[in-house]
Design a protein around this ligand. Structure first.
Ligand SMILES: Nc1ncnc2c1ncn2[C@@H]1O[C@H](COP(=O)(O)OP(=O)(O)O)[C@@H](O)[C@H]1O
Ligand SMILES: [Mg+2]
Length: 377
């Protein structure tokens, strides 16, 4: 959960105010002002400093302080008023409701309930959008997962706001696939993870002009990959999720914390494989791990790449039997167009849109976009 809301904190105690301010930071709630008492609120609001959220600690004089809030919630209906107190008596709660207070938060704070309340405020301010996340995972080197991720992202970008993350932190080739030169990378947005916000990301994402795809590249130096961590990645994901319709990740076959997070957050985990024994064995092992992580079978999609009608080591139905999953899509082998696109630095679907491989990738993108629309309906 990470939103972007401006808030004002009202609390008689300075230490409390500071603690609350840093607690709010975790949720992307940015305290623009801290006041020692409710008395200062009307003046501030009249000046036109309009936060989306005002959080008032009613203690130690809960009833008195609540009275002081008076008509403010009704006068400023577009601002959500939260009140907090250790006092939990029915009269106080009723009174708060009458005044138009949005949430009564019993102290000590329950993090989960507070997060849910903030989420409701974010939704009411149109910040509740959640992108469809597509996590593309290879089962063997060279099976074409980067090709699938890049082309899928380029196609989705033509119809909706789309971002592509290169999670192949050491070897990733997304930036060169699109021939873009990023100024900032994934590790840079980790460093300021506490402050990951739309503005920072607008700077860090490089836009591929032809497709309008927003790209966040892998770290420049291998040692910088050490800075990419799960907490930072989670925050990054939730901000991206509010900025885009689709977030595609070019991932790797791993369940390390960052990748486990990507898997869990994904609406679709797209497992890219080839019809050969090593790839199929890895696919089976990895799908097993996803199941044990509790990932719904509906969120796992098997894509066979580099498919040739004759001369596959294993038949598609054997793979389906071993995985206990249907193959969702097969992309034909077309090395000439695939490698030419990489060398040129432009996805094959843009460079050779009428080729067989592009038609197939377009079909896959259509299926994924359709699923997303169906899920949203
Ligand atoms: N459908 C395909 N037909 C033929 N070659 C392909 C196909 N998809 C990808 N390739 C080629 O396979 C190689 C590896 O592709 P890449 O997408 O980098 O794989 P991965 O990310 O899984 O390692 C590249 O040379 C690419 O051009
Ligand atoms: Mg790759």
């Amino acid at each position: 959960m990470y939103v972007q809301l401006n808030s004002v904190i009202v609390d008689a105690d300075t230490t409390n105010r500071q603690e609350l301010a840093s607690f709010l930071g975790q949720f992307g709630v940015n305290p623009t002002a801290q006041l020692g008492g409710v008395e200062a609120l009307p003046g501030m609001l009249q000046r036109g400093d309009s936060p989306q959220l005002i959080i008032i600690n009613l203690d130690p004089e809960a009833h008195e302080n609540l009275k002081k809030i008076g008509k403010l919630p009704r006068e400023y209906p577009h601002i959500s008023f939260f009140v907090m107190s250790h006092v939990l008596d029915a009269n106080l709660l009723m009174e708060a409701m009458h005044l138009g207070v949005k949430e009564f938060i019993p102290l000590p704070i329950s993090e989960e309930k507070f997060a849910a309340a903030v989420e409701r405020v974010a939704n009411s301010h149109g910040m509740g959008k959640r992108a469809k996340a597509i996590n593309v995972i290879p089962t063997i080197g060279g099976c074409g997962s980067t090709t699938v991720a890049c082309n899928l992202a380029a196609l989705l970008a033509q119809r909706s706001k789309t971002a592509l993350l290169d999670l192949d932190l050491i070897g990733g080739g997304v930036a060169s696939y699109f021939d873009v030169r990023p100024r900032y990378t994934l590790s840079d947005v980790m460093e300021s993870a506490e402050k990951v916000d739309k503005q920072l990301l607008d700077n860090a994402l490089v836009i591929h002009q032809k497709s309008q795809l927003a790209i966040l590249a892998r770290p420049d130096l291998p040692e910088d990959t050490q800075r990419v961590n799960q907490a930072g990645f989670t925050r990054l994901n939730s901000v991206l999720s509010r900025m885009f319709d689709f977030v595609v990740a070019d991932s790797v076959m791993s369940i390390d914390p960052v990748y486990a997070e990507a898997i869990k957050a994904a609406d679709v985990n797209l497992i890219v494989m080839q019809l050969n024994v090593p790839s199929a064995k890895n696919a089976e092992r990895f799908v097993g791990a996803l199941r044990r992580m509790g990932i719904d079978a509906g969120k796992i999609k098997i894509v066979v790449n580099r498919y040739v009608k004759k001369g596959c080591d294993i038949e598609p139905d054997e793979v389906e039997k071993a995985l206990g999953l249907k193959i969702a899509w097969m992309i034909p082998n077309d090395f000439k167009n695939a490698i030419a696109a990489i060398n040129y630095g432009e996805p094959v679907v843009l460079r050779a849109p009428r080729s067989e491989i592009s038609t197939s990738l377009t079909g896959l993108a259509g299926q994924i976009a359709q699923r997303a629309t169906a899920a949203a309906a």
